[in-house]
Design a protein around this ligand. Structure first.
Ligand code: BES
Ligand code: ZN
Ligand code: ZN
Length: 497
């Protein structure tokens, strides 16, 4: 709960008041100076001694020992004023809220205007604050039998600012929507595959559609057979879990034109199939639907904020498992587009299900295509775990996405697709395409393969194999699923032109 107020910060008995501190705020100025006065100049001493720090993302706590109505002051270091960015601010708030949660506080006040500079106004600061609160304090509920008391929650944030109250409320709401939707995606990704089958994913999408009044369609296996989705069906062949092609449509313009297609890889578990994964690499493959989760998260934001855009989301959902019915290396399959594919590796299954999903998105009128997928281990080798790999056939579309990603702090770096790369995916002797032409540059091979199905439609492929999950706790969340690309996709859609 956020409440926005203008006056009374000094006299309200808050559990804590939070103040942003820039480097140059020495000696203390503004609101901090006022508290310093009440505390007989003690803050100046603490600052000098280093007990309060203005260094970037440092959190310092001062107890007022009954001298003021407020019990504690928390200072958030913001570094050099001219260097503060939206991204740093969000992370600083993230760190703050983690600290406050650990301290078991339930209600705090934030002096919002101390977090602004020339570029970041109070509205943006409010967005960063509320988004960070949700992201940083996220926790996957898990399945342990509960014995402990339910945790105290940091629920009430009073935002004090001189800015327009209703505008700040609206900005805080937007940040909250972004944070909440990212957390929804995280929970989907963290859920094990026995509890999140393709059917479960489809049911989740239908609920989302009903809540936000999206048109939707769930294709069943026999629908897919009729449409000739041979690539998608091949991956599902070894499974007893029925595949689902999930389609959600959001129409924010009067006519169905300029449609953005968001396509998410929804492999609920990837064993590798007959090109089976070694046992260590198979662990965590419940997260192979993080692309689908990113798209669903973005659709949640779109449903809440209802931008004037048209969006079609397409999610092919299945597991990739083995049985006597499973597809095998050397099989040749026919995709919905008509292109034939020689399967050289059943573990390169993502590109197969996405091939038909891309074709189907175009079928639904998508004029722009953005696919998100945990596609290759190769992208982790190339870019590490903090940068999403991108490939595209359209500079202008990519520029727009890059801008959105800079704003959200979800880093993206582009990899090339050359004519030589295209030749490699077309290298099969007996079919149009080869799904695995060797390990050299194989993140690029994934992209080059998908490009064959995007054809002339402006398209971007985002490989999130490295960024969708993290092994370490960070300022904006715990270890586990990150919900990467939810915020970037939604920002792109909101700003799209
Ligand atoms: N789901 C994996 C990619 C992956 C790897 C995701 C590590 C998350 C973490 C994908 O289906 C896969 O197995 N890709 C193969 C492609 C290869 C066979 C061309 C890979 O990366 O090894
Ligand atoms: Zn695979
Ligand atoms: Zn996979």
């Amino acid at each position: 709960m956020f409440t926005v107020k203008q006056d009374g910060l000094f006299d309200a008995p808050h559990e804590a008041v939070v103040i942003g501190l820039f480097d140059k705020n020495q000696p203390l100025s503004g609101i901090a100076a006022k508290w310093n006065e009440q505390l007989n100049g003690q803050l100046t001493i603490l600052l000098k001694e280093g007990d309060i720090s203005a260094k970037k993302k440092r959190i310092s706590k001062v107890h007022t020992l009954g001298q003021t109505a407020v019990k504690r002051l928390y200072f958030v270091g913001l570094g050099k004023e001219e260097k503060l960015t939206f991204e740093v601010l969000r992370e600083a708030f993230g760190k703050l809220f983690k600290t406050l949660k650990e301290a078991k506080l339930t209600e705090v006040a934030v002096a919002l205007d101390t977090f602004t500079n020339e570029r970041i106004d109070a509205n943006e600061a409010a967005h960063a604050l509320s988004e960070a609160l949700l992201l940083a304090t996220y926790q996957f509920a898990g399945y342990k039998q509960k014995t402990n008391e339910p945790e105290k929650k940091l629920e009430n944030i009073a935002i004090y600012t001189e800015a327009d109250q209703s505008e700040i409320e609206a900005s805080a709401f937007v940040g909250r929507v972004y944070g909440k939707a990212t957390n929804s995606a995280r929970t989907l990704v963290n859920t094990p595959s026995n509890l999140l089958t393709a059917t479960d994913l489809a049911n989740y999408a239908v609920k989302l559609a009903q809540k936000y009044d999206f048109e939707y369609e769930i294709l069943e296996k026999d629908d897919m057979e009729k449409l000739g989705m041979g690539a998608f069906l091949a991956v599902n062949k070894g499974s007893t879990e029925p595949p689902k092609m999930i389609v959600l449509k959001y129409q924010g313009k009067e006519t169905w034109e300029n449609v953005i297609g968001l396509i998410g890889k929804g492999v609920t578990f990837d064993t590798g199939g007959y090109s089976i994964k070694p046992r260590e690499s198979m662990v965590d493959m419940k997260t192979d639907m993080a692309g689908a989760a990113a798209v669903l998260g973005a659709m949640e934001i779109i449903g809440e904020l209802r931008p004037e855009q048209n969006v079609v989301a397409v999610i092919p959902a299945t597991d990739n498992v083995i049985s006597g019915d499973a597809f095998k290396p050397d099989d040749v399959i026919t995709s919905m587009s008509g292109k034939t594919i020689e399967v050289k590796n059943t573990d390169a299954e993502g590109r197969l299900i996405l091939a038909d999903a891309i074709t189907y998105a175009k079928h639904h009128g998508a004029n722009y295509l953005i696919d998100v997928a945990t596609l290759t281990g190769g992208v982790i080798v190339a870019l590490g775990v903090h940068t999403t790999g991108a490939m595209t056939n359209d500079e202008a579309l990519f520029e727009q996405l890059l801008e959105a990603s800079i704003e959200t702090g979800e880093f993206i770096w582009r990899l090339p697709i050359t004519e030589k790369d295209k030749e490699r995916v077309r290298s099969s002797k007996i079919a149009d395409l080869n799904n695995s032409p060797g390990r050299e540059g194989h993140a690029i091979m994934g992209g080059a393969f998908l490009a064959e199905f995007a054809e002339d439609t402006p398209w971007i492929h985002l490989d999130i194999a490295g960024t969708s999950v993290t092994s370490k706790e960070h300022d904006l969340g715990p270890a586990g699923a990150t919900g990467v690309m939810v915020r970037t996709l939604a920002t792109l859609v909101e700003r799209f032109e």
